[in-house]
Design a protein around this ligand. Sequence first.
Ligand code: BYC
Ligand code: FE
Ligand code: FE
Length: 476
Amino acid sequence: MAVEFDGIPNNVNLSHDKKLQRALLEWQPNFLSWWNEMGPTDFNQDQIYLRTAVSVEAGGWAHFDYVKMPDYRWGIFLAPPEERTIGFGDNLGKAIWNEAPGELRKELRRIIVTQADTEPASVEQQRLLGHTAPSLYDLRNLFQVNVEEGRHLWAMVYLLHQFFGRDGREEAEDLLVRRSGNPDSPRILSTFNKPIEDWLSFFCFTMFTDRDGKYQLAALAESGFDPLARTTQFMLTEEAHHLFVGETGVGRVIERTAQLMKECKNGDVTLAGGIPLDIIQKYINEWYSSSLDLFGSEDSSNAAAYFATGLKGRFKETTSPRITDHVALEGAYEIEKIDASGKIDKQQIPLRRAMNLVLRDNYVEDCERAVLRWNKALEAHGHPDRVRLPSQRFNRTMGLYMNMPFTPDGTLLSAEEFAQRRAEFLPTEKDRAYVKSLMKKVYEPGKFAGWIAPPNKGINAQPVDFEYVKRSPAQT
Ligand code: BYC
Ligand code: FE
Ligand code: FE
């Protein structure tokens, strides 16, 4: 389908649907005032070397150029339609829906609003990081992530306006009203209310929390509601870069620490302004455990209903050769039930009720792969130290292990013992203050802050010392 540029770039034939076009054009200034209030507005006048989605053709959808962020063309793009039927659940093999089915409207709206809410939340969380960017390369990547999360909000708002009538329009307004971390009108999911005030947190967030995004979007890309499936399918192509930023970001911090451990007396990297490995580990513990919460409860009737009705599938439901039974009425999944004394009892629950856990297991596998890579840097520098993912029981506020004082290796402590040892497991105020003390902007092309290694290569085949951000003279 051709791309149109009348006010809102799109491949959904907006100019042929005047009512929808009007509704979205009315929402647009509200979006922009939200961006101007809650986005990275101190950088509005800078020219950023950004990629803009201009079509959905494989290989040709991205256009790179200098743009001021407020001029970024936030567009609505759906992956091309495919001939397909519903791929799982009770409606397996039936026709896909091009409208929201009446009986599933409430559930669908809830999924879309939850997804939508995370996108502006992350922009709010990251809004001040530009002031302490370790390089122009990283500054540009931050802004790339920010504008694309803005576009993801557009993607969801299109669905709300197009398919959910007045309710949808109201939800779209509310998405611009809630605020990350605001006790009176917080964002919906827990992780999206946590502050992100330093770049190690940003890299952990894009590594672990954006990765939840990948798995949730992939599950929704299987949806029987075709507009949702096609929208999320295209969002996934942008998401890949966010994950790259996170995985390589944490990797570059570890790489730098590994170098400094050799150079500094007693391996004390703080002597040279590096981030000690144990602090990095505590940040990993924090963001990984919080991101596991985003999958919801291990045993969930919501998840069972989403699967049964064909709203939300498994990761690669219809493409993985490993998944052969798309009805999932037979079979069970093992979970750990824990009694008051802390005794762990393995129990089987019906597979459909375990769909959150099934998805989370795919996510965990993916995270483990990244950790192996990070550890290669430590190995290459001859260090025996390793970073690791904490146990899935650690520091949880959702599901089976909620509010139980487990250590990162999965041992249950008493509440007192946990409180005493907390500083071993999670960043302390002192750790955070130290990391923050290192956060000083480096805006000279090709230069990097001392706590992070440079990347192996630049963006879009440009050199690492390319001027990824042209700071406006008024603002430098
Ligand atoms: N915090 O049956 P349960 C992304 C609620 S990230 C607070 O266990 P369910 C991105 C839950 O809503 C991807 N509340 O869970 C990343 C339910 O509430 P009600 C975002 C939570 O429904 C970085 C209750 O607890 N997309 O894109 O099976 C940057 C019991 O729920 C939390 C999606 O999440 C939590 N962590 O599963 C930018 C996809 N977890 O009904 C963007 C859409 C659960 O009692 N969402 N609750 O009021 C879903 O599919 C599901 O809602 C969830 C939860 C997977 C989140
Ligand atoms: Fe997103
Ligand atoms: Fe993302």
